[in-house]
Design a protein around this ligand. Structure first.
Ligand code: FAD
Length: 511
């Protein structure tokens, strides 16, 4: 499998092989077309197909090409937006519904693994959260109180399973972990066995919603459907949800521990941004996985430095013999802290979406599958209103909404303000890229350090922000809404659906 970054994730390398049955199909009508072959798309497709819907999954590249291939796969009922914040932003009842839905997901994943005999190393475990200063202690007590109020089984803990100093800790029972790609492959196989079709290397180019049926124009022909689901992590095109979701980059690293003592549970500190730790057993080998150093996409000058900083953090606490993998990936944070699942605003009501999962996509992907099937089968479920993308919450998330869009406006303005005329390609270090301004046009220049230079327009095709160079993943990333492009300007991640204009490729002497 390939992923949307240059660094190999653990899951990419230590993975079973799976190839979808079909390489192409004749144009035909489906009940539901699901766009996106990550955990959300495949969980949704499996749920619908096993209930009798005839489904087609479209995936631009290969299954788990997106963030599912770069996740760290903690399966939590304890969420990044803690229940005290959900209670403040919404109310206790909403928080209780979300907690129950999260607990149901753990049961659902376990039953999916059992029913379809999925060999993904699923294990039950606990989660530990620890505070290291008085402010964090105060916050930890609030988080614990709220967990208890909403019915998540949590308590104070005297110990944590890692050698890190702390003041106070809590433990949450009934969490899980697995190999995310092997899990998705298992669900994909079950989906195909139930009669579903997956087309890899098949990008949805356009959806025409004007008729009774939705027409999907793809790289492999045109299809029709009653419902279309965007499980693309962020929907393509320009939509209200792009104003309400902020893209973030997070970093992960896999190490071998000299002690041979690999913690079985999920562990989190309370730094801002926090660090997270866990172990996965694959083919008899223990892999210690650490993550963190999150920042808004495009807001870190030297993303390589985030790997160095993460390694330093791990080495401070653990005796490491080697580091085998280091990768980064992108997630989207919603402005009020909970995802948007349901009808895509300003579209035909048969067009559905699931986005804004933050760092809890393992859990929220399955909540999305549940909500989407209830909408399609017209069944009642409190979660439909709670996660509705059209929910009106003037207070909840307003501050984040304003901050995010203020940042977007600043990025748009920077086009005019901060770039100065610069034609000095020599200033670009080998294997790096830089945005320069030539004849008033911002361009992205990448030099391979040998003889080749690639030049693309630096104007994001989504909403015209200026892209930034991501040193770690060797990509052009848009700080506004998270669109990402390869060195040659090819779309790696939405919401952009057009490549950057490719201006020039030449050997250095001829530039
Ligand atoms: C470093 C990191 C660590 C994380 N750790 C955790 C964790 O421990 N626990 C947790 O719960 N969550 C975690 N998350 C979040 C979680 O990984 C994501 O929320 C989840 O993987 C999103 O899955 P998805 O299927 O919605 O999106 P993706 O996996 O991104 O899948 C979307 C797919 O859509 C495809 N696509 C896009 N556009 C089109 C198109 N036009 N046509 C066809 N296909 C298209 C893409 O190629 C992609 O494969 C983490 C995130 C990061 C970045």
């Amino acid at each position: 499998m390939i992923r949307d970054g240059v660094h190999l994730s653990l899951w990419q390398e230590k993975v079973k092989t799976y190839k979808p049955v079909f390489e192409s199909v004749h144009s035909q009508k489906f009940d539901v077309i699901i766009v996106g072959g990550g955990i959300t798309g495949i969980a949704t497709a499996l749920a619908l197909q096993t209930r009798g819907k005839n489904c087609l999954v479209l995936e631009t590249r290969n299954l788990c090409y997106g963030t599912t291939g770069g996740t760290t796969a903690h399966i939590n009922t304890f969420l990044d937006t803690p229940y005290n914040t959900i209670i403040d932003n919404f109310n206790l009842e909403v928080a209780r519904h979300i907690a129950k839905a999260a607990k149901d997901v753990i049961k659902k994943i376990k039953s999916t693994v059992d029913t379809f005999a999925i060999d993904c190393g699923y294990e039950d475990c606990k989660a530990f959260v620890f505070a290291q200063n008085e402010k964090q202690v105060d916050e930890l007590d609030k988080i614990l109180d709220a967990c208890i109020k909403v019915g998540v089984h949590a308590a104070h803990s005297k110990d944590i399973p890692v050698p890190i100093a702390f003041l106070k800790a809590m433990v949450i029972n009934d969490q899980g972990k697995f190999h995310p790609v092997n899990y998705v492959y298992g669900m994909a196989a079950a989906f195909e066995k139930a009669g579903g079709i997956i087309l890899e290397n098949c990008r949805l180019i356009k959806a025409d919603e004007s008729g009774e049926l939705i027409k999907a124009e793809t790289e492999m022909g045109n299809f029709q459907c009653d419902h279309l689901v965007y499980a693309t992590h962020i929907p393509p095109g320009i939509n209200l949800l792009h104003l309400r979701c902020t893209p973030y980059r997070s970093y992960a690293m896999v190490a071998r521990l000299k002690s041979g003592q690999y913690p079985k549970d999920l562990i989190y500190d309370m730094a801002d941004p926090y660090h997270y730790y866990r172990t996965q057993l694959i083919d008899g080998e223990e892999y210690f996985i650490a993550g963190g150093k999150d920042h808004k996409t495009g807001y870190e000058q030297e993303t390589d430095a985030c790997f160095e900083s993460l390694e330093q953090t791990i080495r401070t606490h653990f005796d490491i013999s080697s580091i085998s993998h280091a990768w980064s990936s992108q997630y989207y944070e919603s402005s009020d802290g909970i995802p948007y699942i349901g009808h895509l605003p300003s579209h035909n009501e048969k067009v559905l979406v699931a986005t804004g999962f933050g760092g809890n996509g393992m859990t929220y992907s399955h909540i999305a599958a549940e909500v989407i099937q209830c909408i399609i089968f017209q069944e009642k479920n409190e979660l439909i209103d709670i996660f509705s993308p059209s929910r009106l919450k003037p207070i909840a998330g307003f501050k984040n909404f304003v901050e995010h869009n203020f940042d977007v406006v600043k990025q748009l303005m920077s086009k005019a303000l901060s770039l100065y005329e610069d034609k000095n390609f020599e200033s670009i270090p080998p294997g790096e890229g830089k945005v320069l301004k030539i004849d008033n046009h911002p361009i992205g220049v990448y030099s391979d350090g040998v003889d080749s230079i690639h030049i693309v327009s630096a104007v994001c095709t989504h909403m015209k922000c200026i892209v930034k160079w991501n040193t770690a993943e060797k990509s052009w990333d848009c700080p506004c809404h998270g669109a990402r492009y390869s060195i040659q300007g090819k779309v790696l991640n939405g919401p952009a659906d057009h490549d950057l204009e490719y201006i020039h490729h030449s050997v250095k002497e001829n530039v």
